[in-house]
Write a new protein. Structure first.
Length: 639
């Protein structure tokens, strides 16, 4: 083993050696590392041998138990085959002798034959016989015709049914002590023990071989620590070649590292010079800052250049986008194929614009949105091609814009217009019928006139609420929704609400209950908007609760807030839609909701009213069990 020398420059024979204390420190440190590795390997070996011994003993014990089970079963089968014909001819003495011999020969604890009434006619222990004389016949009892084996820690019992011809059934019970494999387990564990001794010897030999290289490894470790501390000089990090082939290889690595650093510095300088010569750097940065996707396709329809927005909108990485056919990136859209072929082929020089719908990419099975059952949402892209001619080649500039939200908004507004038209037509139709009824009657009765006036009054209020909702939504979108605050008497407010919604509940055959406190505080806010918000919440609860259900309006008030809980036993809302029902024009995707008229504005307006009062509207719901909407607003002028 070569003596440890100092870290010195490679090839420098006159280098200063390390101090003896440093050499001893490195030696002891790395010897402790090797010793720790050997100790760890020894612990692993001991644990492995222990597991192997346990497995061998368990396997041996299980094999002994299986053999004992088989022995007891075979003995019981043989005894049953001999006992049935002997008992049939009345040879009970021979049967008793056979039981005694079977017990002695097979190391059994007990053998006996029991009648259904519990009398023992044959037993390996004569003192256990309770029926000395074999009866001619005996009654049948609740005997199981199967053969069963019951085992405990100390014994096992085989129970077998006998059918004595001409006399009746009986039971053969064979009991044997459990097998004791202790002696065999020691012999089985001998082989792993010998293997363990051999492994320990091999570990000792490996440890002795590794220990010879500790000094060199310690010095290399010190050099690596110096590199981590910021040392870069190869002359300082080099080792003496006398330390062996490891030191020579280390010096070669240092030389390669120094050459690689020089090449990296030269490449970095050259790259900086190239970037200074490149006039398009700022233009590329400007294109990347755009939210609109830009791409240039060549005469074959392949993407030549693209900015980051184009890669994002086309759902691919920028480095993978270049060189790809644009038609494939647009899901094989035929309009794109025809436009690109016409434009880059020189057949047309006009700008072409169309829209492409890209389906939502498949999500992994463990994705949270997939697990929640959220509906897939596709993307709508507006593609514009403009001719871009360069000398003799034909190319095109492609702009990509995401218009998904615009299309969603347009669809929502169209649905709103359709729903609003239907909602407006119903009260107008009822009002027209009332007026026609009053006009057709030459002398209408006071009761008929009162009925018509009540219906007209209700329908006019209904129209007023609908128009107020539409105006409020318009104010929300314009950002001009304001509160005309004043003191609001909540007792009068809820009394008026009760008179308005009770006819709706009676018409739907829904039970309506108000849980009001004995005393209400005075709320500072906009009474009309609060009535509109509460009417929407209660009306929705009645609307989406089937006949026979119940709607409960509970009011709670403390010193700072008023909270109204509107609970129903209706169809409920899915968990993934509970936030979206507060969006304007949105209606739940439950098929049962589509059969109920509505504009999708009520909940959005209720939440907006609560928030401009300094409160909020929240929901807790479970599908097919009902929903609870909670409106909470603060009390006082500070709100």
């Amino acid at each position: 083993m070569p003596d440890a020398t100092a870290i010195q420059p490679a090839g420098d024979e006159g280098g200063t050696p390390c101090a003896p204390a440093q050499r001893r420190t490195g030696l002891l440190q790395w010897e402790s590392v090797i010793a720790g590795m050997a100790l760890s390997a020894l612990v692993i070996l001991v644990v492995t041998l222990g597991v192997a011994g346990w497995w061998a003993a368990t396997s041996h014990r299980q094999a002994a138990e299986n053999a004992r089970h088989e022995q007891v079963r075979v003995v019981s089968d043989l005894l049953a085959q001999h006992a049935e014909p002997m008992l049939a001819v009345g040879e009970v003495t021979a049967v008793r002798r056979a039981l005694v011999e079977a017990r002695a020969q097979n190391g059994l604890s007990r053998c006996r034959i029991v009648l259904p009434d519990g009398r023992v006619i044959a037993d390996s222990e004569p003192g256990g016989i309770t029926a000395v004389v074999l009866p001619d016949t005996w009654p049948a009892g609740p005997l199981d015709a199967r053969s069963t084996l019951a085992s405990t820690a100390d014994a096992m019992t085989q129970v077998r049914s006998l059918m004595v011809r001409g006399r009746g059934p009986a039971t053969l019970e064979v009991t044997a002590p459990a097998a004791s494999p202790t002696g065999g387990a020691w012999e089985v564990a001998t082989a792993p023990g010998l293997l363990g001794l051999g492994a320990v010897a091999a570990l000792w030999f490996i440890y002795r071989r590794l220990r010879k290289r500790v000094v060199t490894l310690g010095l290399i470790r010190d050099a690596l620590a110096a590199v981590g501390g910021g040392e870069r000089s190869a002359d300082v990090l080099a080792l003496s070649p006398d330390l062996g082939p490891e030191a020579v290889a280390w010096n070669e690595l240092l030389g390669e590292r120094r050459a690689a650093e020089r090449a990296a510095v030269a490449g970095e300088l050259e790259g900086k010079l190239d970037r200074r010569r490149e006039p398009r750097g700022e233009l590329e940065l400007a294109c990347d800052s755009l939210a609109v996707g830009l791409a240039v396709v060549d005469e074959r329809g392949n993407v030549r250049h693209a900015n980051g927005a184009a890669a994002s909108l086309l759902r691919t990485r920028r480095d993978e986008l270049v060189g790809q056919p644009l038609v494939e990136l647009l899901a094989g859209d035929e309009n794109a194929r025809a436009a690109i072929q016409s434009l880059v082929g020189g057949k047309s020089s006009q700008r072409r614009t169309w829209e492409v719908t890209l389906p939502e990419p498949e999500r992994p099975s463990g994705d949270a949105r997939s697990a929640a059952g959220g509906a897939a949402q596709s993307s709508v892209l507006r593609i514009t091609l403009r001719p871009l001619r360069q000398e003799d080649s034909c190319a095109a500039l492609v702009t990509v814009e995401d218009v998904t939200q615009q299309r969603v908004a347009e669809a929502a507004r169209s649905a709103f217009v359709a729903q609003a038209t239907h909602e407006l037509r119903t009260p107008l139709t009822n009002m027209r019928l009332c007026i026609e009824t009053a006009l057709d009657e030459p002398e209408p009765s006071p009761a008929e006139v009162g009925k018509c006036l009540n219906m007209l009054n209700g329908e006019v209020r209904r129209l007023e609420r609908m128009v107020s909702e539409m105006l409020s939504v318009a104010e929300i979108e314009a950002g001009s929704l304001k509160v005309h605050a004043d003191d609001v008497r909540l007792d009068a407010l809820f009394e008026a609400l009760r008179h308005e919604v009770e006819p709706m509940a009676a018409e739907k055959r829904v039970e309506l209950a108000f849980d009001l406190p004995p005393k209400f505080p005075v709320l500072h806010g906009d009474r009309d908007k609060l009535v509109l918000a509460l009417h929407n919440l209660i009306g929705n609860a009645i609307k989406y609760t089937p006949a026979g259900g119940k709607v409960t309006v509970a009011v709670r008030a403390d010193g700072s807030r008023v909270t109204v809980d509107v609970a129903d036993t209706g169809i409920g809302i899915r968990a993934e839609e509970q936030d979206r029902v507060f969006e304007r024009f949105y209606r739940a995707q439950d098929p049962r909701v589509a059969k109920i008229t509505g504009t999708g504005l009520g909940l959005a307006l209720s939440r907006e009213v609560a928030r401009i009062h300094g409160g909020d509207v929240t929901v807790q719901s479970e599908i097919d069990k009902g929903s609870t909407f909670t409106l909470s607003v603060p009390i006082g002028k500070a709100a």
